[in-house]
Design a protein around this ligand. Structure first.
Ligand code: COA
Length: 182
């Protein structure tokens, strides 16, 4: 499935996305709020998992390309959070990760708006969440610009990180369907 926004397309993963996606995942600055940067092998395995989620659920995180030059800019989309270790699960989350060259041009929020519109208007989801580590201000700025709101009562410790890991404290933002339409 392909979603178009004014400047971008969110599209299924193809073989030619693998190299630029691996480059982005190997960049320590892009990955500074994640436990580690990814090897080519880990990045390709992630794409396999993302494709599997698409097959299983009919939606997921997409490859994002710029319409004017077909440049691969990163990954954005909505996906299910089913692991009961997350205190807000089951839920649908929206997420984003872009190559540095494409930051601060409104692309993450534009792509996310396209993914949210699909989730609310087509899939009729009642709510979509987003989460990140407390120190990830850029990601929280995207959440706020989408009209998502944080209730500190929803803050949580990431269940899959070790107890003493500095990235463990996380914030949760929520957006209800009626608030997206407003
Ligand atoms: C987070 C990320 C996707 C933002 O992408 P982006 O395309 O630069 O974001 P946008 O240009 O759409 O910006 C949306 C809003 O966030 C703000 N913002 C973006 N980057 C910011 C930064 N570094 N510091 C402060 N605000 C920032 C923008 O000013 C904008 O606010 P506005 O709507 O009030 O003008 C990008 O920085 C990234 O890929 N980071 C690394 C991966 C990552 O951390 N992903 C999230 C994991 S949860």
């Amino acid at each position: 499935m392909i979603l178009a926004t004014p400047r971008l397309v969110l599209a299924p993963w193809t073989e030619r996305d693998l190299a630029p996606f691996a480059a982005l995942n190997a960049d320590p600055e892009v990955m500074r709020f994640f436990p580690k940067a990814l090897s080519r092998e880990d990045s390709d395995a992630l794409v396999d998992r993302l494709r599997g989620m698409w097959t299983e659920h009919g939606y997921g995180l997409s490859a994002v390309r710029r319409r004017e030059d077909d440049a691969f800019i990163g990954m954005v989309g909505i996906q299910k959070v089913l692991n009961p270790a997350y205190p807000f699960a089951p839920a649908v989350e929206v997420g984003w990760r872009l190559a540095k060259a494409f930051w601060r041009q409104g692309y993450a929020s534009e792509a996310a708006r396209g993914a949210l519109a699909h989730g609310f208007d087509v899939l009729d989801l009642p709510e979509i969440v987003a989460f990140t580590t407390v120190t990830n201000q850029p990601s929280q700025a995207v959440m706020a610009s989408l009209g998502m709101t944080r209730d500190p009562a929803d803050d949580f410790l990431h269940p899959l990180l070790p107890e003493d890991h500095p990235l463990r404290p996380h914030v949760l933002y929520r957006l209800k369907q009626q608030d997206f339409r407003r």
